[in-house]
Each structure stands twice: as structure tokens, then as C-alpha cells.
Design a protein around this ligand. Structure first.
Ligand code: SF4
Ligand code: SF4
Length: 153
């Protein structure tokens, strides 16, 4: 994972203050995210995700520009334990993927995030958790590609 960010030690997601600024249409998800969401909600993946991508990076659909799963300022997947990997990586946002022999995920911090103004120390294991989530995201993209290759598509 490639992180474009200065280290920081204070941050908290204050989504009510920013009207869930990050919860916009097109949030990046993996096939694993889609399966977990479908299982938790009973929805058909076509209802909430754009399934066109053949390389394993999909996008959530939206409602009036905001994320399909946003209700007011709250994520309806949170309580269901089905929040997408990337949404657990706030305050980092997706910058891109490099598809090479290895897959690299590029992330940067959300610059205008009001959570950096909060005097809240991040947990000790915060960086480890972000790295683990990034690795899981890449692994699920690789898993998807492996299955596609096996199916000869
Ligand atoms: S990460 Fe920052 S900008 Fe995004 S929803 Fe949380 S507080 Fe708002
Ligand atoms: S899935 Fe939830 S956390 Fe992720 S963008 Fe949508 S509403 Fe926000």
C-alpha cells in the first residue's frame, strides 16, 4: 500500500459535523465487500453496485449523489457489520490502484476532514489496522482476478 500522507496522531471521524462528507456515490468496493453486503441486507448486488469492472474494483451506487447506504448521516451497513473495507479506512481515501506483477493500492488523507481538528488521540494500533485493511482490499482484488482467470474470462 502506498500512503500519501504526513503521519498524524489525532483524528476522529465526526461524520455528523461534515454531513458524512465521505459517503458519496461510487465508493470503491471489492467482490468480498459486495458478498458481505448482499448477505447482510438480502439485496441483489445489481441493486447497490456497479458490477462492470473486470479487474475486481467495483463501485457502490448512489442516491442523489450520496452513497446508496447512507440514511441521514448514518451508514446503514455499520450496524449490520457489513461496512466496506475502504469505509473502515477513513480518514484515508482511495487514490488508485497500480496493476503490475504486484498490486499496489494508493491512498491519501481527506484534507478537509474536520476530524483532524478533534483533540482525540488515535489508538496505538491504528496504523497496523489501516495496513491490514489495505492488505485485505488488495487480497480480495487478487482473489477476484484469480477466479476470473480460472473461468477464462
Ligand atoms: S473521515 Fe472526515 S470527512 Fe469523512 S466522514 Fe469522517 S469526519 Fe467526515
Ligand atoms: S457504505 Fe456506509 S460508510 Fe461507506 S460510503 Fe456508504 S454510507 Fe458511507
Amino acid at each position: 500500500m502506498i500512503i500519501y500522507s504526513e503521519p498524524f496522531d489525532k483524528w476522529k471521524c465526526v461524520y455528523k459535523k461534515c454531513n458524512a462528507h465521505c459517503c458519496v456515490e461510487g465508493r470503491e468496493v471489492t467482490q468480498g465487500d459486495i458478498e458481505r453486503i448482499a448477505k447482510a441486507t438480502g439485496l441483489n448486488p445489481n441493486e447497490f453496485a456497479d458490477l462492470e469492472d473486470k479487474r475486481g474494483l467495483f463501485k457502490l451506487k448512489g442516491k442523489s449523489g450520496k452513497c446508496f447506504f447512507l440514511d441521514g448521516n448514518s451508514c446503514t451497513l455499520h450496524e449490520k457489520g457489513a461496512k466496506p473495507i475502504f469505509c473502515q479506512m477513513f480518514p484515508f481515501k482511495f487514490e488508485g490502484i497500480i496493476y503490475a506483477d504486484e498490486i499496489f493500492l494508493k491512498v491519501s488523507v481527506i484534507k478537509d476532514c474536520p476530524g483532524f481538528d478533534e483533540d482525540v488521540e488515535i489508538p496505538e494500533d491504528f496504523e497496523i489496522k489501516i495496513e491490514e485493511l489495505g492488505s485485505k482490499f488488495i487480497k480480495e482484488i487478487k482473489d477476484f482476478q484469480r477466479i476470473e482467470e480460472k473461468n477464462g474470462t
